[in-house]
Design a protein around this ligand. Structure first.
Ligand SMILES: [Zn+2]
Length: 409
């Protein structure tokens, strides 16, 4: 007989239906059995162990759809900038000065903080693979995007030729392992195709940084500016390069990179045509608003993204360009900037949308029977707007894990 636990609280916000007052969630063997009014659920499972959480809300654990754990050791080392290029140069210089031990300690600390912030599933982006074994050992579920860079790599052919990590069996055997393209200014047309091809071959989602800075728009239009100078400095510039003369989303669309399982981080500098393309391709845009302010990249135009019907998820990006891993703080900033956007949508971006973007909505993102019991309790006294109270309580750090499923091998 599997033992059942019934969690009760003043509210249950499942993110898959109306909010339940005096609700309950029945859990067995790490999965949700039932969700409903406390009296009903209690009657259905009279033998169950009862956990009364009190005033507050049971809420699905969060999904951070864009993160780089490897830069965690840089927290506080690079001051906020007003130009992305300056921040990027700061990161490159500071990373070069870190020992492997320091980087690893940062990764471990970062994982602890993701957990403390109520994250059950993280999309980690790395070009070294250092974080992978730590993710595998942590209680967090993850999707690992191995980021490929190579503006100079113009040859077609399998990804394995230039990136060792795809050569062994590991990348192929882990369903939560993908190739990713860093950004339109650091990846050649051919390499975009190779990344997309590898992911398609193994049925994995893709990721890219898209329209993060005005310099990226300028580079794709004119082939000059900060990124040209940077590529020259790094010895990656191609003297025969001709800029496509396209906007960021139009460029990636021409390369066939924008698909319903592509996660495009940032999406700040998009024009009307870009928005239309992203909506038509059903590509996910992962907003990282606090990072955008920190790095001087700009700020995403959430009302326009919504109006265009672009699918949206939420991330924190790295601690080199953010103060912490609080997704509730990301929601709060978006709410303060765009008070007309329904707050429940911001909460969906940080839960069910992120899980869907990563192809993990069968298990995560809402409190729904059959899904894993990844569930937070957030104490608050409802008084004003329910969703806003919830975001504010979460942003204040009042988060405990009500139930955490064991990771399946
Ligand atoms: Zn990033």
């Amino acid at each position: 007989m599997v033992s059942v636990t019934v969690h009760q609280a003043g509210w249950v916000a499942t993110m898959a239906g109306p909010v339940l007052k005096d609700g309950a969630v029945a859990v067995a063997a790490g999965r949700i059995l039932a969700v409903g009014p406390a009296a009903e659920v209690g009657q259905r499972f009279p033998q169950a162990a009862m956990v009364e959480h009190g005033d507050g809300v049971l809420f699905p654990a969060l999904v951070n759809a864009h993160c780089h754990l490897e830069f965690s050791a840089l927290r506080g080392r690079i001051p906020p900038q007003n130009e992305l290029g300056l921040w990027l140069e700061g990161v490159m210089a500071a990373m070069a000065g870190l020992s492997q031990d320091e980087i690893v300690q940062g990764i471990e600390q970062g994982l602890t903080e993701l957990w403390q912030n109520g994250v059950c599933l993280v999309a980690e982006t790395s070009n070294t693979g250092l974080s992978l074994p730590f993710l595998a050992r942590s209680p967090l579920e993850f999707h690992y995007f191995h980021e490929c860079l190579g503006f100079h790599l113009r040859q077609p052919g399998p990804l394995e030729i230039d990136f060792d990590v795809f050569r062994g069996g590991l990348a192929r055997s882990l369903a939560n392992f993908s190739a990713a393209a860093h950004a339109p200014y650091s990846v050649s047309e051919a390499l975009f195709g190779r990344v997309a091809e590898w992911n398609r071959r193994y049925g994995r989602p893709s990721a890219v940084h898209l329209a993060e800075s005005l310099e990226e728009v300028r580079f794709l239009r004119d082939g000059d500016g900060f990124f040209r100078l940077l590529l020259q400095k790094l010895g990656r510039w191609r003297t025969d390069y001709r800029a496509p003369g396209l906007t960021p989303a139009a460029y990636l669309d021409q390369l066939g990179f924008l698909r319903p399982d592509t996660l495009a981080a940032h999406g700040i500098w998009l024009n009307g045509e870009d928005l239309e393309i992203l909506a038509r391709r059903r590509t996910w845009v992962v907003l990282c608003p606090r990072s955008n302010l920190y790095t001087g990249a700009g700020f995403p135009n959430l009302p326009e993204l919504r109006r265009a019907g672009v699918r949206l998820a939420l991330g924190t990006d790295s601690l080199a360009g953010n103060r912490d891993f609080s997704l509730f703080q990301e929601m709060l900033l978006l709410h303060e900037r765009f008070p007309d956007v329904p707050v429940a949508e911001l909460l969906a971006m940080g839960t069910i949308n992120g899980a869907t973007a990563l192809g993990r909505d069968k298990d995560f993102g809402s409190l729904t029977p059959g899904k894993k019991a990844a569930m937070l309790f957030i104490p608050f006294e409802a008084g004003g707007d329910f969703w806003e109270d919830l975001v504010r309580a979460g942003a204040a750090g009042n988060i405990t894990w009500a139930a955490a499923p064991a990771k399946e091998a």
